[in-house]
Every structure is written in structure tokens, then in C-alpha cells.
Design a protein around this ligand. Structure first.
Ligand code: SF4
Length: 370
């Protein structure tokens, strides 16, 4: 069951923390909550049986694999036991759809209710809302979980129909997501709402993925999108398809991070004619190079918005720069480095007390540093 949940990237984790934790039971990953706490998260399915036949999925009904389901009290007991043993401090619960979504969600909810009420479990719970969940189910789930999510899988109805022909984008996925958004309030669903996309399965573009993320953040307060790179599974219609291009997932996370934490708008991201981001350089550098006429900016005078557009200057460095420059003029690249910026990336885009230190080519290596 942990193996089945492995493909679900909807955990509140950093990229580096997606790895299985050594020395822990199968399916335990380190994750970060919305307020920065580290959680040892058990990712598990209630059942790996499913009535749907999504073309990329290891759990699709037409695959000949052993199927199994937990009883709610069995799963709750296991989670309580692992928690007491100090092996886990959070639960991510998803499931295939056994019969109808209402019945499966009822069993998932029952497992969490037993955990919360019988085992007095107070730790983190991320509950997946299954496609087609009713408003009543969403409402009950919101009263139990720290985070709720719906896997959109694809960024548009057209893309979804290519990989999950039985699901309606609007009725089965967007409707439960909107109901969940209405229930995010103080003391309830405190880690917010997330979604997940399968990247590379439906010929979707980066532009579509990030535009949907941007729109849902504005419309319903989506906390984040997760991008799960497509990997071909034997005995599925997509078994011969190439896996997602190396580096694409990382670029999508970087772009999502720019919008979520740096205040970038979707329109500041740069795509090629096919709607894809370059893989050989990070989206912030690409955005800055596309707006060369807006640089260099003077570090001693720029506001926060301008500083955050400089490659190599992140939120922490921007705060430090703004705090220090009132007392001391910043005059050298070394000053930037001491304040946490990356001068080799920033030097082509800034002046320091009127001095410009450009190099012919800015650093463009594949890097997670923004
Ligand atoms: S509904 Fe979910 S578990 Fe079922 S086949 Fe589709 S992706 Fe797989």
C-alpha cells in the first residue's frame, strides 16, 4: 500500500525531502508542514483497487496485480502504533476508488475518525479527496484533516480526457476542490489545499501547468501544486512512452516557487513557442535575460520587488540588504555574498553604489538556487 502511494507527490515536502527515509518502515518520507515543521510522513493507500483505468496509472483496473484493502480500524491501529514507536509523525492517506467514491471516502474518513477519537491522534493528516467526492464528504474531511488535496492530474479538461477519459475535469475534480476551498478557515485545514499534476503523460505544456496553478492560487487560494514526473508503467497504454524529460519537474517547481514565494506573476515567466521552459537555465534567470532593459538595478536603492527579480537574490538576502543598506552603503560583490546573495549570478544585473561588475555571460548552470 505504501508502494502504491509512492507515485503521489502531494506531500508538503521540499524536493530534496521526497526520498524514502532510511531506517524507517516502507512509505515514510520526510516532509515540511506549512509552518516549517519537519514531519516523518507515512504515505499509504487505503486500497490499491480502483474502478478507473487511467492510462498511466500502476493501480488502473485493467492491470493484473494483487489487490488489497485496509479495514479502517486496521489502518488507524497501524498509524497509532507507528506513531507511538516514534517512527512517524504524520499521515498522508489516499486510495484507489473501490466501487463508488462516496463509499471509499467514507472508509478513509472512518480510519481518520478512529485515529483522532479512539487513539487521540493529534499529528498531521493529509487526506486525499477522491474524484467525484460529494460536498458532504468534503465537509467531514475538512473537520479532520490538516491538509486536503484533489489530484487534477492534468491542467485542462482536454488534457485530462487524454489520460483519464472517465473523469470530468469540472464535475469530478474542480467541484470538490472548490468545496474544500470554502472550508479552509482558522482551525480547519490549516495547511491548506494542494493539487498534483502528472507531468509528461498528456502532452501538456509547462505554460498550461503553471497557468492553471496561477489561476487556482488566485481563485481558490491553492497552497501549492505538486508535479509528479511521468514514468512508464508496464502493462499500461503508456508503457512505451518516454519518461518525463530530466530536469523538467525541477524547473516547474522553481517556477511555482517564484510565483508563490517571490511574488512573480505568471506573465513574468518565459516559455518557448511550444509553451515549454528552457531546461538548461532556471526560470528566474530566463525571466531576467528576457527583460535586460530593466537592469541593472542599484542595490542600495531598489525596493523589495526589484531585488527579488535579480538572479541570485532571494527573500532572505533581500531582507538583509534592505536592513543593512540604511546604515552602510553596499559597494562590493563580497557584501552581497556576506548577506546571503549569490554574486556570480547577480553581478550582470546590479550596480553597487554606481559600480557595475558585469561578466560576459551570467552563470546559467542547471541549479535549484533561485
Ligand atoms: S482514479 Fe486514481 S488510482 Fe484509479 S486509475 Fe485513475 S489515477 Fe489510478
Amino acid at each position: 500500500m505504501a508502494e502504491g502511494a509512492r507515485f503521489d507527490a502531494s506531500v508538503p515536502s521540499t524536493l530534496a525531502a521526497q526520498e524514502q527515509l532510511a531506517g524507517r518502515p516502507g512509505g515514510v518520507y520526510e516532509a515540511l508542514t506549512h509552518d516549517g515543521r519537519r514531519v516523518q510522513l507515512l504515505k499509504v493507500l487505503l486500497s490499491n483497487a480502483c474502478r478507473h483505468d487511467c492510462t498511466y496509472c500502476a493501480t488502473r483496473c485493467s492491470r493484473d496485480i494483487p489487490r488489497a484493502s485496509f479495514r479502517p480500524e486496521e489502518l488507524a491501529g497501524l498509524v497509532a502504533q507507528l506513531t507511538q514507536a516514534g517512527q512517524i509523525s504524520g499521515l498522508f492517506l489516499s486510495s484507489g476508488i473501490v466501487g463508488d467514491p462516496e463509499a471509499t471516502m467514507a472508509r478513509m474518513i472512518e480510519a481518520v475518525e478512529i485515529l483522532r477519537h479512539k487513539h487521540s491522534y493529534r499529528d498531521y493528516v493529509h487526506l486525499k479527496l477522491l474524484p467525484g467526492s460529494s460536498e458532504a464528504v468534503v465537509s467531514t474531511a475538512a473537520g479532520l484533516a490538516d491538509r486536503l488535496s484533489v489530484n487534477l492530474e492534468a491542467p485542462t479538461a482536454r488534457r485530462l480526457s487524454a489520460i483519464c477519459p472517465e473523469k470530468s475535469f469540472e464535475r469530478d475534480l474542480m467541484r470538490p476542490l472548490r468545496w474544500a476551498a470554502e472550508r479552509v478557515q482558522p482551525g480547519q485545514v490549516r495547511s491548506g489545499l494542494t493539487t498534483q499534476f502528472v507531468v509528461g503523460a498528456s502532452d501538456e505544456t509547462d505554460r498550461e501547468l503553471l497557468e492553471t496553478t496561477w489561476r487556482l492560487t488566485a481563485e481558490i487560494g491553492l497552497a501549492r501544486s505538486y508535479f509528479s514526473g511521468f514514468c512508464p508503467v508496464p502493462d499500461t497504454p503508456l508503457e512505451g512512452r518516454e519518461p518525463v524529460a530530466p530536469g523538467r519537474e525541477a524547473r516547474l517547481y522553481q517556477a511555482e516557487f517564484l510565483m508563490r514565494s517571490y511574488g512573480f506573476s505568471f506573465n513574468e515567466l518565459v516559455f518557448d513557442d511550444e509553451g515549454m521552459m528552457p531546461l538548461d537555465r532556471d526560470p528566474k534567470m530566463v525571466s531576467a535575460l528576457a527583460r535586460r532593459d530593466e537592469f541593472p538595478i542599484e542595490v542600495n536603492a531598489a525596493d523589495r520587488w526589484e531585488l527579488l527579480r535579480v538572479p541570485g537574490i532571494g527573500p532572505t538576502a533581500a531582507e538583509r540588504i534592505m536592513a543593512l543598506r540604511g546604515k552602510h552603503k553596499l559597494t562590493s560583490l563580497r557584501h552581497l555574498e556576506v548577506l546571503g546573495a549569490r554574486p556570480e549570478r547577480a553581478r550582470n544585473f546590479v550596480t553597487l553604489n554606481g559600480h557595475y561588475f558585469p561578466r560576459e555571460e551570467p552563470a546559467m548552470q542547471l541549479s535549484m538556487g533561485l
